[in-house]
Design a protein around this ligand. Structure first.
Ligand code: PGA
Ligand code: MG
Length: 226
């Protein structure tokens, strides 16, 4: 894989948490409000950072079980408590990463269709995109509970492509973790990874991909007009 790999995609699919939006402060706040309410020790933002990537049920499970124990019933309750708190704080301390807006505008200017493919549940994804003022950039959104499976299952990116009317091989994925890379690769789609996001404690430069981006704008260096 070359650092200067170039593509002429008809569509670009973006991961959300850690790629478009820096959501970690709100996720950590909701996690710690949940843990405090359940009388459990709170987690550092760094710990929560390494738990993000496979959706809310997995994040809550890890908060409840890493270095400690919880029953399945306790985890189920914790997921409901987390969702109640996250609904309130979702977006409050979230920031759009540098270069994201300019990148979305540049891609739209080239008539490239845009989608979000996230493992975040739809009830939080859609209000967050609205709150951050970026919802109108996207032609479709596939969330963590849109299908019975999440990334890394390639069905997620295939659904986005189907909705956009492009073949997976005509699209490009931009993400921050192995979940994004595996979903794209499973559908035969090239993938670029940002180095500033959340990758479950795995160094992003050890994940097989078609290029690394330290700013979203660098995606444009990999995209040639068809
Ligand atoms: O909700 C998560 O765990 C991660 O969401 P993402 O797929 O947008 O990175
Ligand atoms: Mg992500």
């Amino acid at each position: 894989m070359s650092a200067s790999a170039r593509f002429a995609p008809r569509a670009v699919l973006f991961d959300l948490d850690g790629t478009l939006l820096d959501t970690i402060a709100d996720l950590a706040d909701a996690a710690n409000l949940m843990l405090a309410e359940l009388g459990r020790p709170v987690r550092s933002q760094e710990e929560v950072h390494s738990f993000v990537g496979k959706g809310i049920p997995n994040l809550v499970r890890r908060c409840m079980t890493e270095g400690t124990r919880a029953t399945e019933a306790e985890i189920e309750t914790a997921v409901a408590v987390f969702r109640r708190h996250y609904a309130v704080v979702n977006g409050a301390r979230t920031a759009i990463y540098p270069g994201v807006i300019e990148t979305l505008q540049a891609l739209r200017g080239r008539d490239i269709r845009l989608a979000v493919v996230t493992n975040k549940a739809e009830a939080f994804t859609l209000p967050l995109l609205e709150r951050m003022g970026i919802a109108t950039h996207f032609d479709t959104v596939v969330s963590g509970d849109t299908l019975p499976v999440k990334k890394p299952d390639p069905a997620t990116v295939r659904l986005a492509c189907e909705r956009l009317g492009v073949a997976p091989t005509e699209a490009l994925m931009i993400g921050d973790s192995a979940n994004d890379a595996l979903a794209a690769q499973g559908a035969g789609m090239p993938v670029l990874l940002v180095t500033y996001g959340y990758s479950e404690g795995v160094p992003v430069d050890t994940i097989e991909c078609d290029g690394l981006l330290s700013n979203a704008l660098q995606a444009l260096d990999h995209i040639v007009t068809a």
